[in-house]
Design a protein around this ligand. Structure first.
Ligand SMILES: NC(=O)c1ccc[n+]([C@@H]2O[C@H](COP(=O)([O-])OP(=O)(O)OC[C@H]3O[C@@H](n4cnc5c(N)ncnc54)[C@H](OP(=O)(O)O)[C@@H]3O)[C@@H](O)[C@H]2O)c1
Length: 326
């Protein structure tokens, strides 16, 4: 089978498509015939050896896939060959076949295509967990989303609107902000041309926002925190801009603000029933047409290195999906 392989840590152009033996299912594992595999920022970090998870070399990136079950390992119950599924292997998804633990599999809902299924779990799972479980976002509150046209950001805009918030989307270009408006954002801020703190305060009549969803980090974090209201919550999602901000804690004391860390992958391990409940919620919202992942590009395996490079250069919108068999 064909797989995109990382044989040494480094920039994406070092990745290459190679023929490798098909994986075998061990006890409790399942082999998936991968029809679609979504790209996420952690893939870019993982191939450079910069992510908290470091698979042994050589490995294929690709954290989330949709496809058909090909083979079942010993002891796996309730799944069979041919089932349409979504899976979260963590890595190994940029390949024609991948191995995944059976508990990391869920059914692909009726009427949902493979590309949409692959693009849904990580980004929407993260954003629902962040806004609902960590941020306690309430109907009628105001939510500021940074990096709002990116993978997790676009999901936060859609979920924020679905939860009844007023959503302010912040991103770095006019076409990214157009996408945010199409997703339902009430207001937009171009933070490469406008002062994020000043504009956020203007849009909230000086009060500030209730919740900030921050997957970007860098200088934006402190500006956004300074534009939160009494009891505001800053959700720490990630640091796509590279720099991990150091925040003066008097900003938390003033206005009784909270800084809340979000680590979706570990939350799934700590609270499996909570994860299942959230996935059911997302599938129900998808069926009601309240959410729909933005799949901006569908590309063959050979173009995955270029897509990872463009993701690192802020040139990607929504989700890029790789089709390993095309
Ligand atoms: N905590 C969790 O559980 C969790 C789960 C999933 C992902 N994450 C993290 O969330 C972050 C975003 O992931 P994603 O998959 O949504 O990535 P993405 O699609 O690339 O979106 C990231 C956004 O960050 C902005 N950005 C600002 N400076 C950037 C830079 N120097 N390089 C790249 N992007 C930059 C870009 O928007 P603008 O150009 O508009 O600024 C971009 O759209 C990553 O740090 C990832 O590790 C965390």
């Amino acid at each position: 089978m064909k797989a995109l392989l990382c044989t040494e840590y480094g920039p994406p152009h070092k990745l290459a498509v190679q023929d490798v033996p098909s994986p075998k299912a061990g006890p409790g594992q399942v082999i998936i015939d991968v029809k679609a595999s979504a790209l996420n920022f952690p893939d870019a970090l993982m191939v450079q050896g910069l992510y908290q998870v470091k698979p042994p070399l050589p490995f294929s990136p690709g954290a989330e896939v949709a496809g058909l079950i090909k083979e079942i390992g010993e002891g796996v119950q309730g799944l069979k060959a041919g089932d349409r599924v979504i899976a979260f292997p963590g890595f190994g998804g940029f390949a024609e076949e991948c191995v995944v633990a059976a508990e990391r599999i869920m059914p692909l809902p009726e009427g949902m295509g493979f590309a949409t299924g692959a693009a849904l779990v990580l980004t929407f799972g993260t954003s629902l967990h962040a806004l609902q479980d960590c941020g306690r976002l309430q109907t009628g509150e105001t939510l500021l989303v940074l990096g709002a046209a990116g993978g997790v950001g676009a999901a936060a805009v859609e979920i924020g609107k679905t939860m009844g918030a007023r959503v302010i989307a912040a991103a770095s270009s006019a076409d990214k902000l157009d996408l945010c408006r199409q997703l339902g954002a009430d207001e937009t801020i171009n933070y490469s041309t406008e002062d994020l703190r000043k504009r956020t305060l203007e849009l909230t009549n000086g009060k500030g926002v209730d919740v900030v969803y921050d997957p970007v980090g860098g200088d934006y974090t402190e500006s956004a925190l300074r534009a939160t209201a009494w009891h505001g919550r800053l959700l720490i999602i990630g640091f796509a801009a590279g720099a991990i901000p150091k925040i003066p804690l008097n900003l938390a004391l003033l206005k009784e603000r909270s800084l809340v860390g979000v680590y979706w992958g570990d939350s799934v391990r700590h609270d499996p029933p909570g994860h299942v409940k959230n996935m059911k919620q997302l599938m129900a919202w998808f069926a009601q047409r309240k959410i729909n992942p933005v799949v901006s590009e569908q590309l063959p395996l050979a173009q995955a290195p270029d897509a990872i490079a463009r993701l690192m250069e802020r040139k990607v919108k929504g989700k890029v999906v790789i089709l390993p068999e095309s």
